[in-house]
Design a binder for this molecule. Structure first.
Ligand SMILES: [Zn+2]
Length: 477
């Protein structure tokens, strides 16, 4: 079987590459300014969805557009269903592109464009795979549903809408990750911790935290922090100021950090510091500018709620990537350690302090139990939780037939062992009770998803296409 699917995929090369170029040329970044009825995420996303559905219609499949939120291309008519879940929206482009992100360019066997690997290249490869299965004329027992999402990179409203208006398949895969396959995805706990501003009148030292701003997304490590402080007028002599400047320089040096200290017109001191950005699911890869700045400021003399704010950041959250100080540390065999990212950190004298956390918990632990641990600890620290959002984890056991089938197909095509992977992020696979993220990135290959000069290797996409066709057949036969 392997040779058959490989030959079929290779014979599609020319048509696939031409199709992919046209597909990638559609700018499908979510754009709410052009959103209308039937196009809930804007013009570009709608165009990409329609292009995919038109292809299905031309090839003789049954298709459906769910009011622009999602689309389906169907094959077969069994009771049971196999899902193949893809998305056609892409992230924003950023700086540093060698060729324009929506003018696909092929260099060295790689196709460069926004969406090449995430997820239009693999989505189209999986669609071609479905067409190859249809053209093979091989009999199937199950119905195959190719489901196209449009809001994967933002709010997942597409899949919410789909689940409310259609039926989600129980088994299947999403070609939106890496080979061999991801069978466990962490869940999330997203709380905002708050404390009101309160400082007793007539305090001795006269230090006050006027404002503190760091980060703007819960799921990213803040790469910049700025704080403005007032300090006591009595003590504000040149010597005291010089001492702070000296300590600040030493601190920056010790932490290999870039920062500045300025005296504002109002005589206040403004501190700013740079960190290193990283995805919130891997906070240990970054340097959190907010907690770092707080660990310096805490050495100065603040009181009451200002001190609490700086203490929470510096004593509890600074480099506490695994939640030890939050009394939440845990791990499991399939998905590793719980992680904590402090993504949005704010203080001002009207609203007090707030800290948005993005906590990712191992796939097999109880979310409720860890929410309770968090609540206890936050209470103990004198803070309050507001705006708590959680999302469930996802886990398909090793011995599930879907995993056995996909492993067999993968091993046959690559000659490599199908080690199971876990992830701190989420893919559409988690919507299906037995769904796994399956490819398209092969082991050892660099991932350029969300980066400038995103690319996919054309031969790898064709190899993935053969694997997807084989897998669809094996799951649905
Ligand atoms: Zn994706």
């Amino acid at each position: 079987m392997k040779e058959y699917w490989e030959q079929q995929a290779l014979s599609q090369k020319e048509a696939y590459v031409a199709d992919l170029k046209a597909f990638l040329a559609i700018n499908s970044i979510e754009d709410m300014s052009t959103a209308t009825e039937g196009k809930p995420f804007g013009e570009g996303v709608a165009l990409a969805l329609e292009a995919m559905l038109a292809r299905g219609e031309n090839d003789g499949f049954q298709t459906k557009n769910l009011e622009g939120y999602a689309g389906t291309i169907e094959y077969g008519d069994g009771e049971e269903e196999v899902g193949v879940l893809v998305h056609v929206d892409v992230v924003t482009v950023g700086e540093g592109w060698i060729t324009p992100p929506f003018e696909p360019s092929i260099r060295d066997g790689k196709i460069y464009a926004r969406g090449a690997i995430d997820d239009k290249g693999p989505a189209l490869a999986a669609y071609y795979a479905l067409k190859m299965v249809k053209d093979s004329g091989l009999p199937l027992q199950k119905r195959v549903r190719f489901i196209i999402g449009t809001d994967e990179e933002s709010g997942w409203l597409c899949m919410k809408y789909f689940a409310e208006h259609d039926q989600v398949p129980r088994i299947g895969f999403s070609p939106d990750s890496s080979f061999p396959m991801t069978h466990a995805e962490k869940g999330q706990i997203n709380p905002t911790l708050t404390i009101p501003h309160h400082v007793p009148a007539g305090k001795a030292n006269g230090w006050s935290l006027v404002s503190f701003v760091s980060g703007d997304q819960g799921n990213s490590v803040p790469d910049k922090a700025v704080a403005v402080i007032n300090f006591d007028h009595e003590a504000k002599d040149e010597a005291a100021l010089q001492e702070i400047v000296g300590q600040w320089r030493e601190f920056l040096q010790m932490h290999h950090a870039a920062g500045e200290l300025e005296q504002t017109e109002a005589g206040q001191l403004q501190f700013s510091i740079a960190g290193k950005p990283a995805h919130g699911m891997e906070p240990f890869r970054g340097v959190n500018a907010g907690t770092l700045l707080a660990s310096f400021l805490k050495t100065l003399s603040f009181e009451a709620s200002e001190f609490s704010f700086l203490s929470l950041l510096s004593d509890i959250l600074q480099e506490d990537h695994y939640g030890e100080q939050l009394h939440m540390a845990c791990e499991d065999e399939v998905s590793g350690k719980l992680t904590v990212n402090a993504g949005i950190l704010r203080y001002n004298q009207q609203e007090g302090g707030s800290v948005r956390l993005n906590i990712r918990y191992p796939a097999t632990i109880s979310c409720q139990e860890y929410v309770e641990k968090l609540e206890r600890r936050v209470d103990e620290l004198g803070w309050t939780i507001s705006n708590l959002r959680t999302s469930k984890s996802h886990y398909v056991p090793k011995d599930h037939p879907v995993i056995e089938t996909l492993s067999r197909v993968y091993e046959e095509h690559t000659g490599l062992p199908a080690h199971l992977l876990s992830s701190g992020g989420a893919t559409y696979a988690k919507i299906m009770s037995a769904g796994v993220a399956f490819g398209p990135l092969f082991p050892g290959k660099e991932s350029t998803a969300h980066l400038a000069n995103e690319y996919a290797e054309i031969d790898d996409l064709l190899k993935a296409m053969a694997i997807y066709a084989h897998a669809i057949y094996e799951l649905a036969k």
